[in-house]
Design a protein around this ligand. Sequence first.
Ligand code: PLP
Length: 397
Amino acid sequence: MVHRFEGSFTQQEPIPAAAVDAATAVLNHGRLHRYNLAADEVGEASLLERDFAAFTGARYVLAMTSGGHALATALRAHDVKPGDAVLSNAFTLAPVPGAIAGVGARVAFVETTESLTIDFAHLEEMAEMSGARVLMLSHMRGHQPDMDRVMRIARDRGIAVIEDCAHTMGGSWRGVVSGRHGASACYSTQTYKHINSGEGGLLATDDPKVAARATLLSGSYMLYERHGAGPGADVFEAMRDFTPNLSGRMDNLRAAILRPQLAALPGRVSRWADLHDAMEDGLRDVPHLSLIDRNPDLVRVGSSFQFRLPGLVAHEIEAFVDRCAGRGVELKWFGAARAHGFTSTYRHWAYAETPDLPQTDRVMAGLLDMRLPLMFSKEDCEIIARIIRAELSGMRG
Ligand SMILES: *Cc1c(COP(=O)(O)O)cnc(C)c1O
């Protein structure tokens, strides 16, 4: 019997040697700014945009400072104005309502199902009520709804979908790469996501006007022709003098670190699947514990693991989380009264005026979450599962 798990839930893998070499080359020549190029040089930021366009199949890709900045830029590029309503699923991370608030828009949250995805009936209702023209659909923790159904609802109402793919880079729905259903998609390359440059984001779209506006917004100083996967100069002509520069470019150093990691992403996704499977196997038939439904159409990136404790009340869950923490298993709980570290729910974002979402409240009240860094082995997952199982087995019921 293992009494304590000694691994770290926050330690990611080191940056691979090929990425360190590529970074060293950029540091040695010193041209870190994406527009600081030698004659005929295509910089790392542009090369990353090309690589990511090839990886996703998107026509246009823009590399940016962060995933959150990419989300805000996508909203602006889709012409969301102050006061507009923007639909979003309530189970998401703070940068999503933050991006919506940042452009002065109002978030119209939609209920969450027990599968941790958007509730279609409530989406239809809220689309009607809010009059929103944009849905920012956040694939929180890698869970994705039936994308065909989302797109049908959106198309019927003339709603543009912006996908938040911070947790789905490398995943897919019915064989379609995550981010390729909606009009635009935003990805994050922050340390806790699937490829790591500390901070960073990518915006992908097939819409030339959205791509051009986003590029100008990112602070392209009329050097947009130096981009790796952007629209032609003619698309910029009508908007170049009317689009503000909001400075959010990625630099060549971070792009250099990311390109070898992007090439390695499919391998990482399969390692994450193994870890996620091991967790799931270890937590089957545990008293009080419900696993999240697996959707056979989804290739989910298992970089985190969620489960529900629907029958337990708040103080029981708190006590359980504390006991697990005492044994080295770091669980995050979405039912806490206040935002805690990275973990918060729609109720904690008091700047977004949101009506009660009773179904989401019920799901969040019993929702537990943990990271699965690739530093873990399958044996680590088995130890973690045994500790959770032991701590739940002793409870009433
Ligand atoms: C991390 C994250 C973001 C924002 O990405 P940053 O690069 O940290 O700004 C957006 N949505 C979700 C769901 C995230 O987890």
